[in-house]
Write a protein of this length. Structure first.
Length: 330
């Protein structure tokens, strides 16, 4: 199998694992508060994070080069995880994905003020079509909107903010910094809230939480290999295959069926997202924020091995060297 074909195939497998990850989240969400699921997921993810830290051979520091950007990104990631886990718990899988898939459209908009990106009329048209697709899924005025719908949109927005900030600072900021800070804040914040919502978990449910971390880590490894074998333009669109898994898993495990409006809206959102990727891949974008960041909604619950290693490969010098060269007072 050629690398150009192997890369997308591995990405399909990775996103299948991510979808399975979300099925486990939804299964646990029927019994436990998202705060508790997030807390234990990230707790069990830390041993896997140490495997990435062990690969770091250069002396450096975990002090951020851009502390305010890292702080803003950390808040966005933590909000994404909490909103995403809640949305998966209360909404049908396909409907949740349809709303979260709006993230590339928000990335396109945010890239203007944060990255100085010039967005032409073609990508603006794609953004408008995608947002119309979101409205079709939500059907305001004809269907009951719930906190779950708002949470899914919150996850899409938080993921977009995190992706654009990462694109802005990744060349100077260490990948482990971008990975560990959201995980640490998740443990501290969710741990503080845990006594308010805690329910005892049997061993079988704790095992499911471990699976969440393992699936996220394994999928990240597959994505790393996929990006090494094939161009991002071939790998990134595989992200939307999760809607197929959502339909299958939703029907098989939760008895979910989705109406025509959900599928029509999802189709518009996916088509617009694919068009944005296409425009960026043919040179219509200086920064290509969607193309380079299109992996998976980051929740800060499991180590982002692909993102961490790719950032390490493309950053300028190690973080401590960048800090040493910056003028005092900055």
């Amino acid at each position: 199998m050629s690398p150009r074909l192997a890369g997308p195939m591995l990405a399909l497998l990775a996103f299948g694992l991510y979808a399975t990850h979300d099925v486990v989240v939804k299964t646990l969400g029927s019994d436990y508060n998202p705060v508790q699921i997030v807390f234990f997921s990230v707790l069990f993810g830390f041993p896997l994070a140490t495997l990435i830290l062990m690969r770091e051979r250069s002396a450096s520091t975990l002090r951020p080069v851009h502390p305010w950007w890292v702080a803003a990104r950390t808040v966005a990631v933590v909000c994404t995880g909490l909103c995403g886990f809640y949305a998966f718990s209360v909404l049908p899988l396909a409907q949740t994905y349809a709303l979260i898939f709006a993230s590339p459209l928000i990335i396109t908009i945010l890239s203007i003020p944060i990255l100085g990106e010039a967005v032409g009329r073609h990508r603006w048209a794609a953004v408008v079509v995608g947002l119309l697709g979101v409205m079709v899924v939500l059907r305001p005025g004809t269907a009951d909107l719930s906190l779950g719908h708002l949470a899914a949109l919150g996850a899409a927005s938080g993921s977009a903010v995190a992706s654009v900030i990462a694109r802005r600072i990744a060349r100077e900021e260490r990948g482990v910094v971008l990975m560990l800070y959201p995980m640490m804040v998740n443990v501290l914040l969710m741990g503080a809230l845990l006594p308010l919502v805690y329910r005892p978990m049997p061993l079988a449910h704790l095992g499911l939480v471990v699976l969440i971390a393992v699936f996220g880590f394994a999928a990240g490894l597959l994505m790393l290999v996929a990006f090494r074998l094939a161009d991002a333009a071939l790998v990134a669109p595989m992200h939307y295959s999760q809607i197929v898994w959502a339909a299958l898993y939703g029907w098989a495990f939760f008895g979910e069926t989705n109406d025509t409006a959900t599928w029509a809206g999802a189709g518009l959102v996916i088509a617009s997202g694919l068009y944005v990727v296409l425009r960026e891949s043919i040179g219509g974008s200086e920064n290509a924020p969607v193309l380079t960041g299109r992996q998976r909604v980051e929740t800060g619950t499991s180590p982002r091995i692909a993102a961490a290693i790719r950032a390490r490969a493309t950053r300028i010098p190690p973080g401590y060297e960048v800090l040493a060269k910056r003028p005092k007072g900055q």
